[in-house]
Ligand binder design. Sequence first.
Ligand SMILES: [Zn+2]
Length: 199
Amino acid sequence: MSFVSQALLFFIGALIGHVLPRFPVLLMSRGRGFNMHFPPHPEPMPLGPHLNQRILHLSTFYRLGLIVVIVPMSVGLASVRWGNPAFGFGLWLSAGWFFINRLQSIISGQAPWTREIAEKLQGVANRSISENQCCAWATPVWGMTRVYCSNCGTKLLAMARPDLGRKRSDGRIIGTLRLLISDGYPMVAMIDSDLFEEE
Ligand SMILES: [Zn+2]
């Protein structure tokens, strides 16, 4: 077999190893039935128990990738030994990279969805019904770059919004590509910038 076709097989293997373990996050919560309690993407997300539950679900799907990745890693190894070595090596390499990368982000608490994020949001939600609320009809929502009150516009928490598992407004293909690039993390890096205000 020529070098070009071997290289192609390597890249196909690497692509499968890259996408397959991300399937839980890419697919599991995008259906209509899962998102009845939420406004359509990319509108601001109201804080509350449904949002917290969604963040915990996404955190579980994110960890589930560590189990799903066992499949491409083993198929990759088997393919190096008994099948096509170029394809198997590509598969094994990108799946192995995914494994190390995800393990590192979970252990260091840097995942796009964590219990800490849900707790922070709960703190803001609690404050909005306490004496310290920003206004009489406090309605905290999570925009792209911050949590704010949709009634009076007060900024309540500077925290960029990760993907929240809704069906994306940019369509299935572009939406999936964006997710593959961002890996669920917020697309905006300017976490606390008054230069970037919305609404
Ligand atoms: Zn308010």
